[in-house]
Write a protein that binds this ligand. Structure first.
Ligand code: ARG
Length: 390
């Protein structure tokens, strides 16, 4: 009897070749595919996996678990990597890895495979998560060891193995898409002097084609959780998907980043994440209104570290859990409604409203109703400046 291996399968050229390669190595291949919002058809995936030689495939719609358990804590932390990446791919990997480990247990397999390359972050995220969750599982990454060095050779291999592949020689970009955003890399983007063309984008419209009229939207938060869009209560997945549509139409959420990979390489990645950027902007705005300044300052530091941990695949770590506990504790007063104006790639704050607002007009005003005690100012400054005056 051949040894079972559980493969993270996407249906694309790489992972289809992985099936054939693992069969050659004498494994029985059980596939696992997760839907985090990539718009694939389960029946098509199943057909392809089986036709490629897999003995079985598990397909799971994980959008809700992804939104609730991964995206939401990251939003509460306002986590953004190197200023431009909302971590869409990075947040998805530990969830997929968790299921790979579960399927392996169910199938009594002790080997897991994925189609990540030796130069990327995703192998680090998959391997690290699997090792943390079950150190006895062995990991095989065909792309780290096989002889197929180019897309052409992969296509030839696929042909010789009669794999059901529709891909062409010209694959322009490498894409990873889920509800929190799209990651786009490679192809002409490797040349830093090439601007991404319109064909690089999947969720967003170019600014030239975006409406000439601004659109107002509002988001209601309850304890840091986005609960309603335009006064309509929605579950998190529907709210994010709807916001991707609206924001995408206005060309919101495109970024272009020279990023520092965990494996030491600087790489150029283009992202689009309309819903994520709108939600982060609105959430931060509400926090500015209801949190005191020390909490806000500390949250910035936490968000920075949070993003680095997620990026490096350390989701299942003590520190990430601890940071989550801190962040969660700050969200109690983060309830209210933020109105935003979306216009040609811009997110403009229009209104803020919260019953927990710390803004006191009678203290801020320069008008007649001023209640600020002017007599306290001078003494306060004398003491405040003391440590700095020689
Ligand atoms: N650079 C991003 C990250 O490390 C995205 C990687 C996903 N790959 C892709 N096919 N574009 O999270």
């Amino acid at each position: 009897m051949s040894k079972k291996i559980v493969l993270a399968y996407s249906g694309g050229l790489d992972t289809s070749c992985c099936i054939a390669y693992l069969l050659e190595k004498g494994y029985e291949v059980v596939c696992f595919s997760a839907n985090l919002g990539s718009e694939f058809s389960p029946s098509d995936l199943k057909k392809r996996a089986i036709a490629s030689g897999a003995s079985k495939i598990y397909i799971k719609d994980l959008r809700w678990e992804f939104a609730k358990q991964f995206v939401l804590p990251s939003l509460k932390a306002n986590a953004v990597y190197e200023g431009k990446y909302v971590l869409s791919t990075a947040l998805g990997r530990p969830l997929i890895a968790k299921y790979l480990v579960e399927v392996a247990k169910k199938e009594k397999a002790n080997v897991i495979a994925h189609g990540c390359t030796a130069k990327g972050n995703d192998q680090v995220r998959f391997d690290t998560t699997v090792k943390i969750l079950n150190p006895r599982i062995k990991i095989v990454a065909p792309l780290r060891e096989w002889h197929l060095t180019s897309r052409e050779s992969e296509l030839e291999y696929a042909k010789s193995k009669k794999l059901p592949i529709t891909a062409t020689k010209e694959k322009i970009y490498s894409i990873d898409k889920n509800i929190w955003g799209v990651s786009i890399e490679a192809g002409i983007l490797e040349n830093l002097n090439n601007e991404p063309k319109d064909d690089a984008y999947f969720m967003t419209q170019s600014l030239l084609k975006a409406p000439n009229k601004p659109e107002y939207i509002n988001i209601t938060f309850e304890k840091g959780i986005p609960a309603a869009l335009n006064n309509k209560k929605m579950d998190l997945v529907s709210l994010i998907e709807k916001l991707n549509q609206i924001g995408g139409r206005h060309g919101i959420g495109r970024t272009d980043l020279i990023e520092d990979r965990t494996v030491g390489i600087k790489s150029r990645e283009v992202y689009e994440a309309p819903a994520a950027w709108v939600l982060i902007a609105a959430h931060k705005e509400l926090e500015s209104l209801v949190l005191d300044k020390e909490t806000l300052y500390f949250k910035e530091i936490v968000g920075l570290k949070y993003a680095q941990l997620v990026y490096q695949g350390l989701w299942f770590s003590k520190l990430r859990e601890s940071l989550d506990a801190v962040v969660q504790n700050t969200q109690e007063p983060v309830s209210g409604k933020i109105t935003l104006k979306l216009y040609k790639g811009n997110i403009i704050i229009a209104k803020r409203n919260s019953k927990n607002s710390l803004y006191k007009k009678e203290l801020a005003t320069y008008g007649k109703k001023d209640k600020f005690d002017k007599t306290s100012a001078e003494g306060f400054i004398n003491i405040f400046s003391m440590p700095f005056v020689r």
